[in-house]
Design a binder for this molecule. Structure first.
Ligand code: JFZ
Length: 442
């Protein structure tokens, strides 16, 4: 492109998408589940009868709370209603193909019995590992597990937001070793996990660790070939995050799509990506009060379709309660999404960007490795006619509803490349899928 490239020591190590089978499988997931669970689920957004206005999992950062009081929530961690099989069954029912689970969020509490800190499940009344039964249960359901890990750790004495003094520097060196130990420990204890989802990597202290983080990433990849790591782990030597100083993505997929979705294919720059989404506006951990707009099943299905139509995965967050149970609202969403997925998952799994002009009725997806097209319809025009614009060398072979494959729909040529597909019934109460099998034009 005529732009001179900087020589970077700790920039991206690859241009373009990964081409291996592990990543191809990730690309085909379509729908995933996120789990935010930790000590913050116990207060659930409320402290001494007062509501915290931020995200429930951030409540420790609230000025109204003594940090040591928050940290002693460890003595209340006893999730008697925790049932790993039930969590995995809920994800399976929804149609999720992968799950990202918080092994450790910003508060530093570990859901696994780490050797490197006392602040873990092992020292709670529960005593037992949470990650092992969860990973086993999801593995059994055929749902791939990704480990969420916050580098920022509010509990560890060596963590610093910035390094200003000699003491800070010494403390943070210890913290870096601790981080490395924990990551290698996780990868060794849970060898079936497919990847790491990093968070809490924005502070000045960590952004300055380009060489350390780069070496650690290499070490983890060597330990676990095929490991999937997102773009939110490390910065390059100029402190650039996600994309290096040459604008090249660092890591295997873009992690910047947090509660937002790209609008057009140009926005994703040819990279793999996933979008992580909360059900309320911005609550990841369990919040009793669940205030404001709560997304509906139809909205979440539309987000799923939109993500897949632009080559990404959609990952819906669940925040289980302090006692380990999944709240009924989330269970209901999972069941309703799953109902839709049962009939229509062919348009979501192993699908990609179709390369067609977006139309007002909804989203196109294309089956990877085939030319079968899917039209995921959310807005039925009053005319009942869905417009499709195909490349000049193709025409519509046949089209039918995914739910009724034996009944072909009438199609009409408008111009050389534009067609109408005529629906027989315009009274859809739910999104639906039209399959479109194109023909090569002679
Ligand atoms: C982080 C966490 O702070 C939050 O608690 C939750 O775990 C979420 C998934 O990740 O929050 C972020 C991280 C990145 C952005 C915004 C919020 N971002 O890149 O815009």
């Amino acid at each position: 492109d005529g732009q001179e490239k900087l020589q970077l020591k700790h920039g991206s190590h690859r241009v373009g998408k990964r081409t291996d089978a592990v990543m191809a499988k990730w690309r085909g997931y379509g729908l995933g589940q996120f789990i935010h669970w930790g000590l913050y689920a116990i207060p659930g957004g409320e402290w001494n009868g007062k509501q915290y206005n931020g995200a429930a999992e951030w409540i420790r950062s609230w000025n109204g709370i003594p940090k040591s009081t928050y940290d002693s929530l460890i003595y209340k961690f006893n999730p008697v209603n925790f049932n790993a099989e039930e969590w995995a069954a809920t994800a399976k029912q929804m149609g999720a193909k992968y799950v990202t689970i918080t092994t450790k969020h910003h508060d530093g509490f570990c859901l696994w019995p780490s050797k490197y800190t006392n602040y873990t499940v092992a020292n709670s009344p529960w005593k037992k590992d949470i990650m092992k039964p969860l990973i086993d249960a999801y593995d059994k359901q055929g749902i791939d597990v990704i480990l969420y890990f916050s580098v920022m750790d509010w509990n560890h004495p060596g963590w610093r937001y910035d390094i200003k003094t000699k003491e800070d520097s010494i403390a943070f060196e210890g913290f870096k070793q601790f981080t490395r130990n924990q990551l290698l420990e996780l990868l060794t204890l849970y060898p079936t996990a497919k990847g790491l989802w990093f968070d809490g990597t924005w502070d000045k202290s960590w952004v300055k660790q380009a060489a350390f983080a780069d070496e650690l990433e290499t070490e983890m990849r060597k330990l676990r070939p095929g490991l999937i790591i997102g773009s939110r782990f490390r910065a390059d030597e100029n402190g650039k995050r996600h994309f290096d100083s040459n604008g090249v993505l660092m890591g295997d997929y873009e992690q910047g799509w947090e509660r937002k979705i790209p609008n057009k294919i140009e926005d994703v720059h040819g990279n793999d990506w996933d979008c992580v989404m909360t059900v309320p506006e911005n609550q990841w951990g369990y919040n009793k009060a669940w205030k404001g707009h709560i997304k509906t099943t139809n909205e979440l299905l539309e987000m799923t379709a939109k993500c897949v139509s632009l080559g990404g995965n959609f990952v819906l967050n669940f925040g289980p309660q302090g006692d380990g149970a999944i709240r009924k609202e989330e269970k209901q969403l999972a069941a309703q999404i799953g109902d839709w997925m049962k009939t229509n998952n062919e348009a979501i799994y192993n699908c990609e960007y179709a390369g067609l002009e977006k139309q007002d009725w909804g989203y196109f997806t294309k089956k990877t490795g085939s030319d079968k097209l899917y039209m995921i319809v959310f807005n039925v025009p009053v005319s009942g006619a869905l417009k499709v614009k195909l490349p000049a060398n193709t025409s519509i072979g046949k089209s039918y509803l995914l739910a009724q494959p034996a009944q072909l729909l009438n199609t009409e040529e408008i111009s050389g490349t534009e067609y109408f597909i005529h629906l027989k019934n315009t009274a859809a109460g739910k999104p639906f899928v039209v399959v479109l099998e194109p023909n090569a034009k002679k």
